[in-house]
Design a protein around this ligand. Structure first.
Ligand code: KIV
Length: 271
């Protein structure tokens, strides 16, 4: 049996072993029970209840509006569909930036009120002390550097990060600082593939890339994007593995036509 098949439940330890063995880590986002169940049954390693739920589930322009209560609500739903994957939850904007105690209290809330296996925080050196404190108390943290959508108003757009030598160096240093602070894994978002490769070989914890090239230890995508449900978002790092928006549109049109023409339900579909 392959190592991956032997894993009954993915943990921080399994992710570390996957990196050591050179086996890539697969990760996707989930916001509801039914999708989580489908992704888990397909064998995904990590399911992230991303704060991208603000965009793709709630229809907001940015990730900023989503609240702690909403993240917890969705995590509870997602968790019911998960048997094998490691469940990671994004700490939403302003749940960890104010001060370390507030961050610890909110991380603790997620871990206490849901069956999550870890929380994810965006930020480099400025949150190193926060990561140290939370991990010292036994709560696993996944870091997230490069493009950080919670800082979108500072950047003024969703462009690639780390293009200048200065910014690339800052991101590389941040990766090492986050590892040192105690994070068990690190998301690298929208940075040059060469930089992501350098980071991946320079730190021991697994890197999970989104728009960061093939040399990361794993890859993550926003599920509605990769399933072709989002029709107005086409960054080049998203590959469409399905065209669900089109399929749903056709299915609903067929249904409407059948209803309008009295073709649904038939006798067999009635009581
Ligand atoms: O919120 C999210 O979906 C994320 C992933 C894109 C990494 O942070």
């Amino acid at each position: 049996m392959s190592f991956e098949k032997e894993i009954k439940r993915v943990t921080t330890k399994s992710l570390s072993l996957l990196k050591k063995k050179g086996i890539k880590i697969s990760a996707l986002t989930a916001y509801d029970f039914i999708t989580a169940k489908l992704l888990d049954e397909a064998g995904i390693d990590v399911l992230l209840v991303g704060d991208s739920l603000s965009n793709v589930f709630q229809g907001n322009e940015t990730t900023l509006p989503v609240t702690m209560d909403e993240m917890i609500y969705h995590t509870k739903a997602v968790s019911k569909g998960v048997n094998r994957a490691m469940l990671v939850v994004d700490m939403p904007f302003m749940s960890y930036q104010l001060n370390i105690d507030e961050a610890f209290r909110n991380a603790g809330r997620i871990m206490k009120e849901t069956p999550a296996g870890a929380v994810k925080l965006e930020g480099g050196r400025r949150i190193a002390d926060t990561i140290s404190k939370i991990t010292e108390h036994g709560l696993p943290i996944m870091g997230h550097i490069g493009l950080m959508p919670q800082s979108i108003h500072k950047y003024g757009g969703y462009g690639e990060r780390g293009k200048t030598d200065e910014e690339a160096l800052e991101i590389m240093e941040d990766a090492k600082i986050i590892e040192e602070a105690g994070a068990f894994a690190l998301v690298l978002e929208k940075i040059p593939a060469t930089l992501a490769k350098e980071i991946t070989t320079s730190i021991k914890i697994p890197t999970i890339g989104i728009g960061a090239g093939v040399d990361c230890d794993g890859q993550i995508l926003v599920t509605p994007d990769m399933l072709g449900l989002t029709t107005d978002f086409h960054p080049r790092f998203v590959r469409h593995y399905s065209s669900l928006a089109k399929e749903i549109n056709e299915a609903v049109k067929d249904y409407i036509e059948d209803v309008k023409n009295g073709l649904f339900p038939t006798d067999k579909e009635s009581y």
